[in-house]
Design a protein around this ligand. Sequence first.
Ligand SMILES: Cc1cc2nc3c(=O)[nH]c(=O)nc-3n(C[C@H](O)[C@H](O)[C@H](O)COP(=O)(O)OP(=O)(O)OC[C@H]3O[C@@H](n4cnc5c(N)ncnc54)[C@H](O)[C@@H]3O)c2cc1C
Length: 456
Amino acid sequence: MYKSHSDTESKLYDPLINTHPGVGMPHSASYWVDTAGSAPQDDGPVNGAMDVEVAIIGAGYTGLSCALHLAREHGIRAVVLEANQVAWGCSGRNGSFARISGGRVPLAELIQRYGASEAKAYFEEMSAGLNTVRGLIREGQIDCDVQPDGVYKVASHARHVDGLKREVGLYNEVLKYGATFVSDTQVHAVHGGAESFGALYMPDGFSMHPLKLAWGIHRMARAAGVKVHVASPVTDWHSDNGHHRLVTPGGVVTARQVVVATNGYTSGALNKATAGRVLPVHSQIIVTRPLTADEKQQSLVGSECMFDTRNLLSYYRRLPDDRILFGGRSAITGRDAEHPRHRQNLHDALCRKFPALRGIAVDYNWGGWVAVSENSLPFICKVPGLDNVFSGGGYAGSGVSFSVQTGKRLAQMVAGDSRPTSIDFLHRSPKRFPFQPFLRVGQRMAYVWYRFKDAR
Ligand SMILES: Cc1cc2nc3c(=O)[nH]c(=O)nc-3n(C[C@H](O)[C@H](O)[C@H](O)COP(=O)(O)OP(=O)(O)OC[C@H]3O[C@@H](n4cnc5c(N)ncnc54)[C@H](O)[C@@H]3O)c2cc1C
């Protein structure tokens, strides 16, 4: 059913089609790769048989943070197995917003589904996640171009203003958090152009250089005694008598405990127990040439994190060298993701928002797979049907800070705490998606419907 990576004519790894993400593939070309400097040292590929207490599959924020916290707080030195390079997945190619976020469930719906007290506990866990990231940057002296705090959720249509005001009310009254509503004239001080009718403002949350952040956590983990093996995809997995044999091209790693930190890059072929529990959804980014002073004045004066209220939302920021990073969703399959029309869709959305940038050159364009779970919320759980296997993910494109927090919580679970938070839904295994062969048909129909609604 699944094709090995080299069998496929599609250039982009597709977790619903391929067996694993590759063997030592270079980072996808991006603005982040061009501006990150040299990669830190790693431990090379697995070379021969290894016998370890804990193996972590995937070297993104989740896996690296889990390894770091296991070593530092629990005295367990794990081995991380990464198919390609450190932070080759989402962690090295994201939109760079570290926010109080995790998953994609509107606040009103979260409160309705789980009640005010669990929603508040979850909000506090997400806030703790942001603080965990701040703490690591501070302690590890990670030089990752941190920008001043401030997050705007911008009303892209006048009709969305009342909804934002209601959301501010929920933040204030239910979560006791100081979000504010910012009028259109105030927003225009930071966000010129069109499609800005007011905004929900959150004082906490910042942008940074995501690959530098990942490399910083990687350095800290290795300094604490963690081994990070790149070019070591797990291509087969056998479990018996409490031992897991993870097959990689360079040798078999036998582990008593395993953490699956592959998130949106999880192939169905990795293990039946983890298959079909997240839908990989493609998110894409363009980066323009640097703006002139005039263009800056007419588009993004501020450097805060911004996203809009569309159903197929756009996220954007001005980079330190005055380029605009602009991201959103368009492609559905890996095979189609590199088609120029997806880059054009983003360019059109950028110019609709900032007419002064019409025709602006785009210097970078890349994408990656975010993981959406069946309830659109993250999970930090034991994998059902497997002994001593844990997994975290499902951040739905809002996982920079929450994946770091999830890694910390997974470390606690590996060390014996079966329920490191009081939040029930977080520790339940994600349900498998029903009608799996038709998932992408459903996604395609949803995108058509969202585009129609957004255009109205
Ligand atoms: C374009 C884009 C923009 C985004 N923007 C934002 C944003 O602005 N703010 C935000 O909060 N979130 C954002 N996200 C989401 C965020 O980046 C992710 O939630 C987070 O990085 C997830 O980290 P992770 O470690 O769980 O997964 P990843 O970083 O994806 O790491 C998974 C790793 O597992 C490896 N792997 C997979 N299978 C195997 C195997 N068989 N063997 C060995 N290794 C394997 C992969 O190679 C990969 O390196 C964005 C994501 C994308 C793609």
